[in-house]
Write a protein that binds this ligand. Sequence first.
Ligand code: PBG
Length: 326
Amino acid sequence: MYFPEARPRRLRRTEKLRGMVRETSLSVNDLIYPLFAIHGKNVKKEVPSMPGIFQLSLEHLVLEAGEAYSNGIPAVLLFGIPGKKDSLGSDAYSDDGIVQQAVAKIKKEVPDLIVITDVCMCEYTDHGHCGVIDADGSVNNDATLELLAKSAVSHTRAGADIVAPSDMMDGRVMAIRDSLDEEGFINTPIMSYAAKYASAFYGPFRDAAESTPKFGDRRSYQMDPPNVREAIREVSLDIEEGADIVMVKPALAYLDVISLVRERFDVPVAAYNVSGEYSVVKAAAMKGWIDEERIVMEVLTGIKRAGADLIITYFAKVAAKVLGGK
Ligand code: PBG
């Protein structure tokens, strides 16, 4: 047999060397853990399509936030389930709304945990859309901006460290930035859901947040899954308007979008490993078909390798445990 002299060789690795040449390392510092706050006392209601994820009333919410923090998770993303919904989603911007109460309590009990609030109308409107609905059933973009800005200000007043608009209305980053600045919150960053696709992977979240639209769908304001150039345009507009961190959502079917956004822009990139991505892994794990911990680490490392600096994931506690947080 002929062996050319300069035959290329692959690196044979010992465990130690494997660690030294590893190109991507997931850290607990990359993780953001979503939480669902609900009114009431002693409520801990498991979301049927998301085993292990709960709607939590404030005393449970604070315990969960505290546990995440002591596992080394630096940040949570808060969603609220209001007591009452109406056509203008007024609980979203009421000073004693569920998210406002939850932020205040978490910041009091776990002050060093970064609290990010989701800013959107869909959990608060009786029709389940992300904005104000006109007589013809369409979403009124500009009327919605005012309500989003009010919500962001009231979250920040309650103590939110970062606000995260997820509605996909045009101009909302600028509207929120202006209102925050006017109120003196010039240092509060905005993490925008910049490239948010109209995805079937949000199904279980809509169970969790009770936000399934009562009519129609969100395709008129969320992105069409086949498009990637459009994602670049969405991200660049959000950055121009003042977004500090941009997000791609969902993550797994959109890794190419994450890579491209990472390549084209210099701001931190977040990826949302969404509810449906959680549920499919969880369901297979519960059937004993896959090894949950290994799959979780592989998925999250893949999202990081694609270019995400931050990963929002319902698996944050599982990953933190593997990564050796306390
Ligand atoms: C909208 C919002 C959604 C998610 C986060 N913010 C749902 C939607 O647009 O229908 C989805 C998150 C997930 O699926 O985990 N407020």
